[in-house]
Design a protein around this ligand. Structure first.
Ligand code: ZN
Length: 552
């Protein structure tokens, strides 16, 4: 029987009113599975930034510090980029197994002209290119927590929101009920999926803010010491306030406001899908992208990052407040897809004169030119060498004879090894022969770190790692990037991992753990049985007292 609309109105009014009695929600029974997992990724939130700012947090990031705090979490692999990092969070496997080895890799043998592959595209779709991808989870070779829950009970909802498609896709995986990301001024989803009313409302609200413009942010008093201009390359950073000119969508996207829009959509989706109050547990993944954009544009130690982290704290708090008002029993994990490193110009002033920018000669085009000059070998079609920057995976053209390819590889290896900024070069053969690393990730060799990023199908013929403190941006630009991540060094690998659930006995564990430990830990909390060997990580006991959240 169909209920009259007034009935629905009354029922929804009751549903909205019910949480009023939940102003001080009761602690959950720690043995019962939570009804909702809130998985938060803060893009580029290094363990170093967390350590620097944690005492200033007052809202969401303060509450999480009452839970289980792993101050030295590791994205333990070498290629510390957004897509591989997000893929570890809820799959529990290294990039070597998820297949997400980088944001972009190359398939020199693919039929399309664009040999570059974007991690969350469908390269078989003729409409897809690495620059204009048809967004898809198809390249992810692993299951996410949400995927696993939906197999057990299809009533579980698997929802993800971010400003970046790759973040939302890698956290929700293959069976997303709702996945949204920011695209040209509004929230978009997979092709053919119409944005829900919640997504449309969040987009309208963001559009209104963009249309009118807004004044800059006032930094909290504790940001004052960082409010210092540093010259970079004909411009300076360090004192920005993010004023928003009317109509400046790019400015909105590169400010704390995009995180507010992301939180706004997350909150709306909680209501729209009634997350955490269904018959089966739900997963809400929220990846905040502004810390990354601001880290790239302004570096880590200016007033810009200080403003950003203060604003992020508020947005995370807003999501928790909303769930509390609705009386949801939820467990939270917060981590990051990778860390980051400041601009060498500021590092040089702040006691790290060794920091430097990478040499443009490491770019694939430059290397190819030199190799053609010394060997006479050129690619009959396409490029001789493919790579996505000044380090990482290098691929040799598939249009060469085996002898030519071997010669080019020898030459390329020698050139990279001879370069003063290169720390290590490994061939695919060497990486394939290396066992998957285990033990404390802080003690792994560079070869072991690179092994955790290696997928025989997708990785390059060679992997080159830069020396510590070499920043792979040779030409910094205003409004572009001045600083970055991606290296095999701990400033890019170390991230905080925080778990919280109401009533849990919190603790601080400084020993290294890994982001691949998150999924097994949450699976145990949810009493989810996962076949032996499907995770690379291990379950972390999230109760600081006598209870053991891993022991069932
Ligand atoms: Zn990232």
């Amino acid at each position: 029987m169909r209920l009259p609309e007034t009935c629905f109105a009354i029922l929804s009014a009751l549903a909205l009113a019910a949480p009023a009695s939940a102003q001080s929600p009761q602690p959950a029974d720690p043995r019962s599975p939570p009804k909702l997992i809130v998985a938060i990724a803060v893009d580029q939130l290094s363990a170093d930034l967390f350590a620097e700012y944690r005492r200033h947090f007052r809202r969401g990031l303060a509450r999480l510090q009452e839970g289980a705090v792993f101050a030295s979490g590791y994205q333990s692999h070498a290629a510390t980029e957004t897509c591989p990092g997000h893929a570890t969070l809820l799959t529990g496997v290294h990039p070597a197994r998820s297949g997400i080895i980088a944001n972009h890799w190359f398939d020199p043998g693919i039929a399309r002209a664009d040999k570059r592959i974007y991690c969350s595209e469908d390269p078989r779709d003729p409409a897809s290119t690495s620059e204009r991808p048809v967004v898809s989870p198809g390249l992810l070779k692993a299951k996410t927590l949400g995927d696993r829950l939906k197999v057990i009970d299809p009533r579980s909802r698997n929802v993800a929101v971010s400003a970046k498609d790759r973040a939302a896709v890698m956290m929700s995986g293959h069976a997303a009920d709702a996945a949204y990301w920011w695209k040209s001024g509004s929230f978009a989803s997979f092709r053919g999926r119409k944005p829900s009313p919640a997504a449309e409302a969040a987009s309208r609200e963001a559009a209104a803010r963009i249309a009118t413009g807004e004044p800059g942010f006032n930094p909290p008093q504790w940001c004052a010491a960082r409010d210092l201009a540093v010259p970079v390359s004909g411009f300076s950073v360090g004192t920005g306030r993010f004023p928003l000119a009317a109509g400046d969508e790019g400015g909105f996207r590169a400010s704390p406001r995009i995180d507010a829009a992301t939180a706004d959509l997350a909150v709306r989706l909680v209501d729209e899908l009634d997350l955490g109050r269904g018959a089966a547990p739900d997963v809400l993944s929220v990846s905040f992208s502004a810390t990354d954009t601001i880290g790239h544009r302004y570096g880590h130690q200016g007033v810009e990052m200080c403003i950003q982290l203060a604003e992020l704290d508020k947005q995370i708090g807003r999501i928790f407040d909303h769930l509390d008002r609705r009386g949801v029993d939820y467990a939270v994990v917060l981590s990051a897809d990778h860390g980051g490193f400041d601009a060498p110009e500021r590092l040089g002033r702040q006691a790290l004169p060794a920091a430097q920018r990478a040499d443009r000669a490491l770019a694939p085009g430059q290397l190819a030119k030199a190799i053609t000059a010394s060997t006479g070998i050129a690619a009959p079609s396409g490029d001789l060498i493919y790579s996505d920057g000044l380090f990482g995976d290098y691929y040799v053209s598939r249009a060469l004879s085996p002898e030519q390819k071997a010669r080019v590889l020898v030459e390329l290896t020698a050139m990279l090894k001879a370069h003063p900024q290169v720390g290590a070069v490994y061939t695919a053969t060497e990486l394939a022969a290396e066992p998957m690393p285990s033990g404390s990730p802080q003690d792994w060799t560079l070869l072991q770190r690179a092994r955790a990023s290696f997928d025989a199908e997708r990785s390059g013929d060679l992997v080159s790692l830069l020396k510590r403190a070499v920043v792979p941006i040779s030409s910094p630009s205003l409004g572009g990037s001045i600083a970055t991540h991606g290296s095999a060094w701990d400033y890019d690998r170390r991230v905080p991992i925080l778990f919280w659930r109401r009533g849990m006995a919190g603790f601080e564990q400084p020993a290294p753990v890994e982001t691949i430990d998150i999924a097994p830990s949450l699976a145990a909390l949810l009493h989810l049985t996962v076949p032996e060997g499907e995770f690379d990580g291990r379950c972390l006991d999230l109760d600081g007292g006598a209870a053991d959240t891993c022991g069932q």
